[in-house]
Design a protein around this ligand. Structure first.
Ligand SMILES: [Zn+2]
Length: 123
């Protein structure tokens, strides 16, 4: 897809080819400023810093999306597991997975590859 053509290979591997980055590799794990996490391919706002939490998983984790419809969830049965894949609603890029073991109030844990995100700090 056109959105992915100008991305560096490591980002294309995640967003276009549904790859997974190594845990604890993302600099966004230590991003604690206020702001918005957007899709690295198309700039679609995905997650707000207020929903980011320390999951200990090694991937940036959020308990909610920035607004309903920002991402699309669908069942993924690859690798012998049934998981829910999360993709960008605008460009279809692969972001990560969502698990039902997150904190309140949603009980969800969006486990997202840092390479699929860019951070826009609040001005
Ligand atoms: Zn996107």
């Amino acid at each position: 897809m056109a959105e992915f053509a100008n991305l560096p290979p490591e980002r294309r591997r995640i967003l276009e080819q549904c790859g997974t980055e190594a845990p604890f590799s993302s600099p966004l794990l230590d991003e604690h400023r206020s702001g918005t996490f957007v899709c690295a391919a198309c700039g679609n706002p995905l997650f707000g810093s207020d929903t980011k939490f320390e999951s200990g998983s090694g991937w940036p984790s959020f308990h909610d999306v920035i607004e309903k419809g920002a991402v699309i969830s669908r069942t993924d049965t690859s690798h012998g597991m049934t998981r829910t894949e999360v993709t960008c609603a605008k460009c279809g890029g692969h972001l990560g997975h969502v698990f039902p073991d997150g904190p309140k109030p949603t009980g969800l844990r969006y486990c997202i590859n840092g390479l699929a995100l860019e951070f826009d700090p609040e001005a």
